[in-house]
Design a protein around this ligand. Sequence first.
Ligand SMILES: *[C@@H]1O[C@H](CO)[C@@H](O)[C@H](O)[C@H]1NC(C)=O
Ligand SMILES: *[C@@H]1O[C@H](CO)[C@@H](O)[C@H](O)[C@H]1NC(C)=O
Ligand SMILES: *[C@@H]1O[C@H](CO)[C@@H](O)[C@H](O)[C@H]1NC(C)=O
Ligand SMILES: *[C@@H]1O[C@H](CO)[C@@H](O)[C@H](O)[C@H]1NC(C)=O
Ligand SMILES: *[C@@H]1O[C@H](CO)[C@@H](O)[C@H](O)[C@H]1NC(C)=O
Ligand SMILES: *[C@@H]1O[C@H](CO)[C@@H](O)[C@H](O)[C@H]1NC(C)=O
Ligand SMILES: *[C@@H]1O[C@H](CO)[C@@H](O)[C@H](O)[C@H]1NC(C)=O
Length: 827
Amino acid sequence: MEQMNLFFLNLLLVLPVFYFVLEYTRRKFSNYPPGPYPLPILGNFLNLHKPGHISLANLAKVHGPLMSLRLGAKLLIVGSNQAAATEILKVNDRVMCGRRIPQTFEAVGKTFDLVSILAANKCNESWKMMRTIFKTELVSAEATENKSVLREEKVKVLIDFLSNNKGNVVNIGEVVFSTSANFVSNLLFSKDFISIQDEGKVGAAKEHIREMERLASCFNLEDYYPIFKGLDVQGLGKKALKCIESLNACWDVIIDERETSIKNGVISKDKDFLDALLANGLNKDQINWIFGEVLITGVDTSSGAVEWAMAELIKNPEAMLKLREELTKELGEGTTVKDSDLPRLPFLNACVKETLRKLKFCSYPPGPYPLPIIGNILHLSSNDTAHVALANLAKIHGPIMSLKLGERLLIVGSSHEVATEILKIHDRVMCGRPVPKTLEVLGENLLTLVGAKSCTENWKILRGIFKTELVASEVINSNATMREEKVKELIDLLMEKVGKVVHIHDLVYTTAANIVSRLLFSQDFINIEDERKKINLVKEVEKLASTPNVADYFPIFSGLDVQGLRRNTLKCRENLYPLWDAVVDGRKESIKSGGDSCKNKDFLDVLLANGFSRNQINWILTEMTITGANTTSAAVEWMMAELIKNPEAMNKLGEELAKEISGNIVRDSDLPRLPYLNACLKESLRLHPTVGLVLRTATETCEVMNYTIPKDSEVWVNQWALGRDPTKWEDPLVFNPSRFLGSNLSYMGNNFEYIPFGSGKRMCPGLPLATRTVPLIVASLVHSFEWYLPDDTSPHELDMEEKLGLILQKSNPLLLIPKLKALEIRI
Ligand SMILES: *[C@@H]1O[C@H](CO)[C@@H](O)[C@H](O)[C@H]1NC(C)=O
Ligand SMILES: *[C@@H]1O[C@H](CO)[C@@H](O)[C@H](O)[C@H]1NC(C)=O
Ligand SMILES: *[C@@H]1O[C@H](CO)[C@@H](O)[C@H](O)[C@H]1NC(C)=O
Ligand SMILES: *[C@@H]1O[C@H](CO)[C@@H](O)[C@H](O)[C@H]1NC(C)=O
Ligand SMILES: *[C@@H]1O[C@H](CO)[C@@H](O)[C@H](O)[C@H]1NC(C)=O
Ligand SMILES: *[C@@H]1O[C@H](CO)[C@@H](O)[C@H](O)[C@H]1NC(C)=O
Ligand SMILES: *[C@@H]1O[C@H](CO)[C@@H](O)[C@H](O)[C@H]1NC(C)=O
């Protein structure tokens, strides 16, 4: 298996070169119709990014009514106007009468010498004969007339069965399936296919038929890349063969019996389809295939519709009552319904139509058309701006969309209604989180706060400890001095850099990391002077955790580490964990020697007291440093960038600070007296929410906005788009802090048009700390210095490009020059 995968990958690497040469020569010397330029290997698959017919219509506007496209190695010609259609379907009808059969069934065809009504790949004599038999025996007007008696008979069997089962639980889908299957099988060979009582057999047959449908619609590499022909890399051929064999076993006996009785000269008075086939000299394998084809196309769809209609009627008792009334009125009590009664039952017809209409919607939400294999991955992966791409797609497909990421289903919500349904109404079910497989190398059952796959009991305990020990309001209040100290260190450092260009994110990163590490284990993590080495280590872990792992989306890769992510993660751990080990060992020593019993307890003490393992503590420290430091520094960077870009807001903030702050140091206790600062924070978070997308997974199948969300799908809420929704915000793209003055709107996760910290069970646990740290830092920066852009760039030229990793950050780092404020303010 592994070798196969490697072979596959190598192929992907080598093929493009050949391909370009080939395609170039082909284009040059052939006379194919014009068309979009195909990519290597993929060809024009990517041009088909909406439902096929719409994409093709749009392409035709560019390339003309007759186009050529390439799907893998296959050439596809598309006609889009009357002239082209006439040439294809009339003038050249005879030549163009082939039809594509998926390679999946090639193996079946070889074994059984396939003759087919629907899937014939050429119109040779055998096919013409089949079609004639089919037309005269099954779908001619006279045959249809006769079928009604048969249909009524089969329905009566169903009704009798149900009468005998009064008071018992009945699987409607299965009994209707057998009714419908027997109706078809009686047409084919005058016998019931399955007994209505035999639940096991009905279930098995239904499964086989479903599987065949699935296989028929599965994308098969071999259809488009001849290089794979016969290899059956996806195993579809093998599955099809097995499935067909089990199906054939169902009617082998019947065909044998009939052949024998014909041989013995027994002639039934009513000839059926099987007689006609035998009379035309078809062999058993061919007949098997035809039966399969007719059953697959005819049975499951109709029984499925009945099941849905019954479900709807049960769910809507009013409609059920009305239907009963109509039936009683038109037919009288206790009669059976006849085929000929149907035209007199308008409400029944309306129910059927409504069911079929709903069936179309009662499915996954709409979304862009997925490509084979990769799904919609290309819709997302362009230059780290998935949140923007998704917001744009939502404008086309609506506030709830579905996309395919490889083999995973992704649901994206982009309006406050959908956000409410996902994060409030279905919060419990949607409490999972997609976590890259990469992190699994760090240990099985590794307990993680932000990256937990589901809300287990242990996770709840850890979150509880976190909340009481680190972010409870008494703790936050009593730790204010520590935060002020760290911020003062930052301001002191900046004093030395007055007039020089400084990298805001990196400086603040150190401060934020040390605030977190003081809380965790009462030491600075990073020396503010020598920033780089440790910062880079932590950033490396962040990068690994935020890189999508192909194995998450393509299970075929799950045993491999094609991107080297696991290897790198392990390497990174080797460098990072010794730092924590030193801290933990030191603490254990001093606990043993009873050294600092008078010292205030910190988070590490609590973890040790709760018996967390070494590996576990190391990871918790890593995780909290990552999430605490980068989010805080990103938020400060965005807020400063917005203030620089909007000098009016900056001035207003400066005035507020000058008025309210006595002396030159901003204190935590000043914050409640700074409403404009608070409004600036809220406005900055509206435009630049820290994580951009709220990531969840559905732990059970559930229904959102009347769409089905299957278990294990990823569910994202685009909080970035919510903050910029023009129906909820006036001038959504303008940075206008005043909109929050005198407004009740809070980031606590109850107003779903504004959820910069998420909402519900998985809401950002660090919120209380972040909303005290970020404004304190920004206020101090603004109160102590005037800020300028380097190279005399004017404020409105400052770019605000975003990049989405684990968190949403500025694409180009904010570089600023601090200058001292007028002398009289500073002492
Ligand atoms: C018609 O084509 C099918 C398969 O494509 C083949 O099995 C069959 O023998 C052909 N019949 C005739 C009469 O050539
Ligand atoms: C239709 O039914 C009549 C009488 O039952 C029978 O004679 C006739 O052959 C049937 N026709 C078909 C196409 O089955
Ligand atoms: C991202 O890529 C698209 C085209 O693929 C381009 O139009 C857009 O400007 C790019 N954005 C950034 C931020 O580079
Ligand atoms: C934070 O506050 C808690 C609770 O008052 C205290 O135990 C802890 O020592 C404080 N941490 C720091 C770094 O001030
Ligand atoms: C879902 O369906 C129910 C009943 O058909 C309807 O009342 C409700 O408005 C629908 N909800 C949405 C969000 O469309
Ligand atoms: C804020 O909320 C309170 C009660 O929750 C309400 O009385 C008040 O009108 C609200 N103010 C605004 C500006 O919405
Ligand atoms: C954290 O911040 C730095 C910017 O200095 C960035 O390079 C890194 O990618 C960030 N990490 C994440 C997960 O966004």
